[in-house]
Write a protein that binds this ligand. Structure first.
Ligand code: SOE
Length: 381
C-alpha cells in the first residue's frame, strides 16, 4: 500500500465533488486519517474531465478505468449504477480497494458478483451509505444498542424529493432502468433500507418478509438541446417515480418504507421514526443536527442537539452547537474508509451490506410484479 494512498476516481458529478471535497478536507480536520494523493480522475468527455480534474485537484486524467486500476490503491466508483459492477470487480481482482456508490448495482446478480469479488480480495470494498456517518444516526444507534428504546417494534422510513415533480424536468440516466436499475426505490430507498439494517437489524433479526409497489407518474421526459430550452426528443421513463413497501422482521417488528422523487415541496426529506417498548426516536435529514428522543417517563419528544461534546465527530470540527452539514457525512465516511484501507482492516458499510440492501430492493420489485409477499427468510436458507 503506497503512502500517501493513491486515489483513482471514476465520475466527477455530485458524488465526485462530495468525495474529492472530503479527501481534501481530511489533512486539515482529521489529520489522523491516512494521507492521500488525488492521482487520476476517470471519465469519458476529455474536455469536461480535464476541467474537473483541475477543479477537484487530480494530477492525471484517463478515459479508460482499465488503465488506472493497477496504478492506484483505491478506486472510487461514482459512475452511473450500471457502471458499478465491472470496474469494481476488476479493481478488487487487482487488490485495489473500492468505495462504490449506492445502490451497489442495477441487478441482484451483479451485486452478488461484486460481493464475491470483495470476499476474495484482501482490501476493503465499501458501499456509499454515507448517512450512517451522521452524528445523529450514530447517536441513535448508541441509544438503541444500549436498550434505551426497549424492544424495537416499529420502523418507519420515508425519503422524499421533488426534482421530478415538473413533468418537463429533463430526462437523465437515472430514469432508465438499464442504467439505474430502479428509480426512487434504488436511489433513495437504498439509503432507508440501509439505515433500517444499521439501526435495528441486530435487534430484530433482519427482514423476514416484505411486499411493496412502485408507481411511475410521468412516462416520458424531454431531452433538451445545449440551450437548455429546445426539446430535441422525449425519452421513456422506465423506472419508478415512487415506491412504498411494508416489511416484517424476524422478531415480529414491522416497518414501512417509502420514497418519492415527485413529492412537491420536499427537497431531501429523509425521515426515520423508530418505536420500541420503552421509547421512540425521530430523525430528519433536513434537520440533521437534531435527534428527537422520547425515553423513560417523558410525555413528549425531547430534541437532542447532536453537535455536543459527546458527538463522535465533533472534535474534528467546531465548538458544540456550530452545526455540521451534508458534506460532513462524506468526510467522516472517507476518514473511516481510507483508514481501513491503510490499516488493512474491514470497512462497513461493505459490499456485503450493499448486497443485503439489494436483496430487499429486488424483493420489493418482485412483490410489485406478483402482488405477493416475498419470503426473504426462506430464500436465505
Ligand atoms: C438523488 O437525488 C440523490 O443525489 C441520491 O442519489 C443521493 O444518494 C442522496 O444522498 C441525495 O439525493
Amino acid at each position: 500500500m503506497a503512502d500517501p494512498l493513491q486515489v483513482g476516481m471514476l465520475g466527477y458529478g455530485f458524488m465526485g465533488r462530495a468525495h474529492a471535497n472530503a479527501i481534501a478536507r481530511l489533512p486539515m480536520f482529521v489529520p489522523e486519517a491516512p494521507a492521500t494523493e488525488r492521482h487520476t480522475l476517470i471519465g469519458r468527455d476529455e474536455a469536461a474531465l480535464s476541467e474537473a480534474a483541475d477543479r477537484l485537484g487530480f494530477e492525471h486524467t484517463a478515459t479508460d478505468w482499465r488503465a488506472v486500476i493497477d496504478d492506484v490503491d483505491v478506486l472510487y466508483n461514482l459512475g452511473p449504477n450500471h457502471r458499478h459492477a465491472e470496474p469494481s470487480i476488476a479493481a478488487l481482482n487487482a487488490d485495489t480497494a473500492v468505495l462504490c456508490e449506492k445502490p451497489l448495482a442495477t441487478t441482484l446478480a451483479d451485486a452478488e458478483a461484486m460481493t464475491e469479488a470483495a470476499d476474495r480480495a484482501t482490501v476493503p470494498a465499501g458501499c456509499g451509505f454515507n448517512y450512517r456517518f451522521l452524528p445523529a444516526i450514530q447517536h441513535a444507534k448508541e441509544l438503541i444498542d444500549r436498550g434505551e428504546l426497549g424492544e424495537i417494534q416499529q420502523f418507519r422510513g420515508r425519503y422524499l424529493q421533488d426534482w421530478l415533480v415538473d413533468p418537463e424536468a429533463p430526462w437523465t440516466w437515472r430514469l432508465d432502468s438499464d442504467a439505474a436499475g430502479s428509480g426512487a426505490l434504488g436511489d433513495l430507498g437504498a439509503h432507508t433500507i440501509d439505515l433500517a439494517r444499521f439501526l435495528i437489524g441486530d435487534h430484530t433479526g433482519g427482514i423476514d418478509r416484505i411486499t411493496g409497489q412502485r408507481q411511475t407518474f410521468v412516462d416520458e421526459r424531454p431531452v433538451y438541446a445545449d440551450d437548455g430550452e429546445t426539446v430535441t426528443e422525449y425519452q421513456p421513463v422506465t423506472v419508478d417515480d415512487a415506491y412504498t413497501a411494508e416489511a416484517v422482521f424476524a422478531n415480529g417488528a414491522t416497518a414501512t418504507f417509502e420514497a418519492s422523487r415527485v413529492a412537491a415541496g420536499h427537497k431531501n426529506d429523509h425521515t426515520i421514526t423508530i418505536h420500541g417498548t420503552k421509547g421512540s426516536l425521530r430523525f430528519s435529514l433536513e434537520r440533521l443536527n437534531e435527534l428527537a428522543v422520547l425515553t423513560g417517563d417523558a410525555r413528549g419528544y425531547e430534541t437532542v442537539l447532536v453537535t455536543e461534546e459527546t458527538d463522535p465527530y465533533l472534535d474534528a470540527w467546531w465548538p458544540p452547537g456550530h452545526v455540521l452539514g451534508w458534506e460532513h457525512t462524506a468526510v467522516h465516511e472517507n476518514a473511516a474508509f481510507l483508514s481501513a484501507v491503510a490499516d488493512e482492516t474491514a470497512f462497513q458499510p461493505s459490499f456485503a451490506d450493499g448486497y443485503a440492501v439489494q436483496r430487499v430492493l429486488d424483493a420489493i420489485e418482485r412483490a410489485d410484479n406478483t402482488g405477493e409477499w416475498v419470503d426473504l427468510a426462506a430464500e436465505s436458507v
